[in-house]
Design a binder for this molecule. Sequence first.
Ligand SMILES: *[C@@H]1O[C@H](CO)[C@@H](O)[C@H](O)[C@H]1NC(C)=O
Ligand SMILES: *[C@@H]1O[C@H](CO)[C@@H](O)[C@H](O)[C@H]1NC(C)=O
Length: 353
Amino acid sequence: MARAALRLGVRALALLVFVSVALLPLVSSDDGYRHCEGVVRGWADASSGRVKDGDKLSLKDLLFFLHIPRTGGRTYFHCFLKKLYTNAQECPRSYDKLRFDPSHPDCKLVVSHDDYSLTSKLPRERTSVVTILRNPVDRVFSTYEFSVEVAARFLVHPNLTSAKLMTTRVLTKSRAVSTLDIWPWKYLVPWMREDLFARRDARGVYKVHSSKKVNAYDVDDMVMPLHRYINDPVAHEIIHNGATFQITGLTNNSYFDGAHEVRHCVRKHPDLGRIVLEVAKNRLDQMLYVGLTEDHEESARLFAHMVGAQVLSQSGTLTLDLKEDLPIETDSHPSMEPEDEETNGHLHTWLAE
Ligand SMILES: *[C@@H]1O[C@H](CO)[C@@H](O)[C@H](O)[C@H]1NC(C)=O
Ligand SMILES: *[C@@H]1O[C@H](CO)[C@@H](O)[C@H](O)[C@H]1NC(C)=O
């Protein structure tokens, strides 16, 4: 297990890249560089609190599953965490930033797309963090596909106005958490939805395009092509370095006020990204567990040993037979975050209550 953990660890670090958007000269004739360097270094120094090495491998009172979108985290949530923790132990509304209440007395599990800065709301020294990483290219493809998939559900409506209106009505009535409440989908889905309707309006509802050879990533008259999507400022803001920013608490969903300045400095001066990457690596190093989407089976086994066994032993249920094989899908292309229950056909409900 230790060797397996190490192997996964090394690959996890390799996956964590910082995507430099443009190559700037190392020190441009200032251009705010010095200021930015100070900002980023100052943040990095303040972020490098360390835990004793021996300590990080034992499960603390609270488990924070930092769910990076499109890494298969929902499978872990439903197949493992939901089985290990009772409903009462799950912190209420943990995916839902607006209503999330970590002060709930008995809760032991937080699962969220919120970034690492959420730990500032949690009892840090009593919290263990776990996450899953995925090859960034696959993660970006998957993000595109999921944006299209969820947005396309709204096309049952005659026009954008009616789609928006219906959503608001359903959302206020239902108590379920919708994809539209959750970062990053609350930005990515409406953006894609608007674009889908515009393309449909432009081609006219009755002119159904049916070219013989269709490249799913380039169907201009129906969907924003992949290359447009990934080069858009919105994608730059929340997808490209999304995983790295989530682990460092620097997403535009951060609880840390200074996140925006640090993020903007790093985008303006990409070489400062190295500093962010170091912080991210340290964070990963201090987590109880880091899984890899690509190494599904090994990751799941490791999860059972590192997390599952400890949760059970702490809850006094020492019945897990670790030699028994876990039922694991050996699909070479595991389906990420499978279709969920839907409300009224167009809402993607993440958590039933
Ligand atoms: C959108 O569709 C609804 C329902 O069919 C219709 O009442 C409304 O006039 C439409 N709005 C626009 C701007 O076309
Ligand atoms: C986060 O990024 C999206 C996409 O660029 C943007 O629409 C949104 O306003 C940003 N949110 C914050 C809080 O900055």
